[in-house]
Each structure stands twice: as C-alpha cells, then as structure tokens.
Write a protein that binds this ligand. Structure first.
Ligand SMILES: NC(=O)C1=CN([C@@H]2O[C@H](COP(=O)(O)OP(=O)(O)OC[C@H]3O[C@@H](n4cnc5c(N)ncnc54)[C@H](OP(=O)(O)O)[C@@H]3O)[C@@H](O)[C@H]2O)C=CC1
Length: 280
C-alpha cells in the first residue's frame, strides 16, 4: 500500500523494498553525499541508491554509520543498493568488485546489488556472480539495471534466479510500455531512475496544472505518478528542502484522468544512454 514514506513493495523473494529512496548519482564524495544521506534518513527515507561508478560509496557508508550511532535506527531499518560497473563485469571480477564496494560502504550485507548495464557477452557471467553472492547471503536481493526485454529474456533462459528488480530510466517522457508489461508479467519490480528527467520536466504546464489542483510541485506529481504506476522511485537531491519535498507524496492521490494526462506526455525520449547503444 502506498501510505507512507516507510511503505514498501515485496520483491519476488519476499524481501521488502521501500517505495521511495534517495538517489546519489553526482552527489560528491565526502561532505555533500554524507549530508544528503543523513538529511534523507533523518527525514524518514530508508533507502539509498548508490553505485561503484558514482564514487561515493565511502560517504554513503559513513553517513549510514553516523545515523546508526546517532539514532535508534538499526541496520535492518535501512535498504542500501549498489551496482557493479561495466568494466568490472565477468564472474571473478564482479566478485572482486563486490568486495571493494562492501569495504567502501563498511557494511557486512547489502540489500540490493544490481548489474549496472547489460554489457554484451559478459552480463551472464556477471549474473552468475550475483547469484553466488545471493546464495551466500551477502546480498538480500539481486537485480539488473538498464535491461531491455531481449536482455532479460536472454538472461532468464540461463539463470538459476530471476532478477528481482530492473532499474530503468523512467519519467513522463519515457513510458517504457513494452518493458513495463514484460517485467510485471515476470514479477520483476521496476525502479525509476532519473524520475525527474534530471530537472527537465519541472516547467511542464500539464504537470504544473495537475500539481496546482493538489497544492503539490511538479516533482511531487511525477514521483506520485511513479508510485501509482507500480514503480519504486529514487529522486536525487543534495538539498534538504528538496529531499523533504520529494518525499511529501503520501497524502494525495492522482485521479485516473491525471494519470492519463501524464501518460500522454510520453515521447519515448531519454536523458541517459540507450541500453542497446552505449559505450562505457
Ligand atoms: N541505473 C542507472 O543507470 C542510473 C541510475 N540513476 C539513479 O537514479 C537517481 C536519480 O536520477 P538522477 O539522474 O540523479 O536525476 P533526477 O531525475 O532524480 O533529478 C535530479 C536533479 O533534479 C534536481 N531536483 C531534485 N529534486 C528537485 C525538486 N524537488 N525541485 C527541483 N529540482 C529538483 C536535483 O538538483 P539538486 O541535487 O541540486 O537538488 C538534480 O539536478 C540517481 O541519483 C541514481 O541513484 C541515475 C542515472 C542512471
């Protein structure tokens, strides 16, 4: 149920994942990311989305440690995600990358580990490494990111464990309809990255009009639309006021007309790379 900032979705293996989390891509390692993560958790967030490629896992880990010392929260209250980067893909290299991530984070167990991008030829070996980490209890859930339907079909046909999550670019300009249907059929939880289209939708008049009806900002309208569409969402901000604003989405409900009006903004337009054509 979408009722509060602590609301969760249940992944296919029974693990509960918060519906809303803080993204930390481009949050600078050190003071900036530490302050953002602490501000988020102090204001009720329970989930943080980082990656080896963001070069801020040490700051995320430090913020988590400080929060656990300063509050009554326990490690089990928090949900930390990281991702294996493209140059580390392959079986042994993923296992090694995971150890580096864990020592940077200073954690014993990760909540969710994702294959960051579907690096051709390698992603199946990478997935076998994630399956091992899961079976060994090092991670509570495993998933992928930026996988298209054909990548998922290819992966699943050889996999022992189906991905529990697919984290994809998703916002009102990029509806991902086919992928969405496929993941829902397969029981794969969808998670929206760049939900605010990196700020590019904030002056959209349709979204502004909908927001005005509820006394909500465009960011809040989009994030609520994510949740009502069944997505976990992870907006990024380093500013406490916006971190609070982005989480204040549990006290209103978009009508089906609002949802349709937002759906109609789709242009199949990305701000990030195309998973079928990326070079990094
Ligand atoms: N798996 C993948 O390949 C990818 C995953 N991600 C994940 O998704 C997260 C979110 O995506 P991201 O690309 O960061 O972009 P978002 O769509 O979350 O937008 C972030 C931008 O919007 C600004 N912003 C945030 N909240 C507000 C607000 N309420 N009002 C006005 N401006 C606002 C932020 O600025 P400021 O910080 O100054 O507030 C920042 O410039 C990432 O941080 C990362 O964790 C992202 C890209 C790829």
């Amino acid at each position: 149920m979408i009722s509060s900032l602590q609301s969760t979705t249940t992944l296919s293996n029974g693990v509960k994942m918060p519906l809303l989390g803080l993204g930390v891509y481009k949050s600078q390692e050190g003071t900036e990311v530490i302050q953002a993560v602490k501000a988020a958790i102090k204001n009720g967030y329970r989930s943080i989305d980082t990656a080896a490629a963001y070069h801020n896992e040490e700051g995320v880990g430090q913020a988590v440690r400080e929060i656990l010392e300063q509050t009554e929260l326990t490690r089990g209250d928090l949900f930390i995600t990281s991702k294996v980067w493209n140059s580390d893909q392959g079986y042994e290299s993923t296992l090694a990358a995971f150890e580096t991530t864990m020592s940077k984070l200073g954690l014993e167990q990760l909540d969710l580990y994702l294959v960051h991008w579907p690096v051709k030829v390698k992603y199946k070996d990478t997935w076998r490494a994630l399956e091992k980490l899961y079976k060994d209890g090092r991670v509570r859930a495993i998933g992928v990111s930026n996988f298209q339907v054909h990548h998922l079909q290819d992966l699943i046909q050889d996999a022992e464990i189906k991905p529990m999550v697919n984290q994809i670019e998703y916002h009102p300009r990029l509806a991902q309809l086919e992928l969405r249907t496929y993941c829902q059929e397969q029981g794969i939880q969808l998670e929206a990255w760049s939900p605010l289209m990196q700020g590019q939708l904030l002056d959209n008049s349709t979204l502004q009009e909908i927001g005005n009806k509820y006394g909500k900002s465009v960011a809040q309208v989009i994030l609520r639309w994510d949740l009502q569409n069944g997505f976990v969402t992870i907006p990024k901000s380093t500013k406490e006021q916006r971190i609070i604003e982005n989480a204040d989405i549990f006290n209103f409900e978009l009508t089906s007309e609002d949802m349709k009006a937002i759906d109609s903004l789709n242009e199949n337009r990305r701000v990030g790379s195309d998973p079928d054509n990326f070079i990094f």
